[in-house]
Ligand binder design. Structure first.
Ligand SMILES: [Fe+2]
Length: 225
């Protein structure tokens, strides 16, 4: 029996298309919002309709298209906590009131729901995935169709290789994957399904992985559909 509900909002601004997620503890209605990016009014209307209480913000990493709305959330919901990995905060100098810095393996309580923090560098220096009973929120670490680019500041394809191996080891096959973007696939596929279709799960050699991830001629990095 799941202790939480998950809601997905697909939002768009500045040429980006992002997924925002709400995790609502069924018993207490306490709620985390994952990677609040854009569309302030649509998001707040949705929260009002659900009639839930926002307790915190889970940030997978510090890129602008994942954190843009955090300031407005803090203004609207006083005392909410903002969670990000400690290494991500330090490396990119991300700082604000209410910030809670996370270590690999930390568990955050949301009512009767546990959120386990898994450090997964590669896309950024301190990207973090959030694991619940049956869900993994991955930001830009893995998508249904691939994995995040590893060429921006702090990114490293070798780190991404090890992060994917870590996900394979830690996360159960029936856990559903919820990414920050879509390149055409649906969110909520199981890890088993993603592993079969996602080439980055199938390359077992780190040198081949790095060469493929950083290959020339990748023209559709921002073609989110
Ligand atoms: Fe990103």
């Amino acid at each position: 029996m799941l202790t939480y509900d998950t809601y997905q909002l697909k939002v768009q601004e500045f040429g980006f298309i992002n997924n925002i997620y709400l995790i609502v503890d069924k018993t207490t209605k306490e709620t985390f919002i994952v990677d609040p990016s854009w569309n302030y009014s649509a998001v707040f209307n949705f929260i009002d309709k659900l009639d839930v209480k926002i307790n915190g913000v889970l940030l997978t990493h510090s890129h602008i298209d994942h954190v843009y709305m955090v300031d407005r959330l803090i203004k609207k919901f006083e005392n909410i906590k903002v969670y990000m990995s400690d290494i991500e905060c330090r490396y990119y100098k991300y700082s604000m009131n209410n910030l809670k810095r996370l270590q690999d393996g930390d568990i955050i309580k949301l009512g009767e729901t546990d959120v386990t923090c898994i450090l997964t560098p590669g896309h950024t220096k301190g990207s973090m995935c959030y694991l619940l009973q049956e869900s993994l929120f991955t930001g830009d670490t893995i998508f249904s169709e691939g994995c995040g680019m590893c060429t921006s500041l702090g990114g490293d394809a070798r780190d991404m290789y090890y992060s994917i191996q870590k996900i394979k080891q830690i996360v159960g096959p029936n856990v559903r994957i919820y990414a920050g973007h879509s390149y055409g696939g649906q969110q909520g596929e199981t890890l088993m399904e993603v592993s079969k279709s996602n080439i980055y799960f199938q390359i077992d050699d780190i040198a081949r992985f790095v060469a493929f991830r950083n290959r020339e001629g990748q023209s559709k990095l921002y073609k989110f559909t």
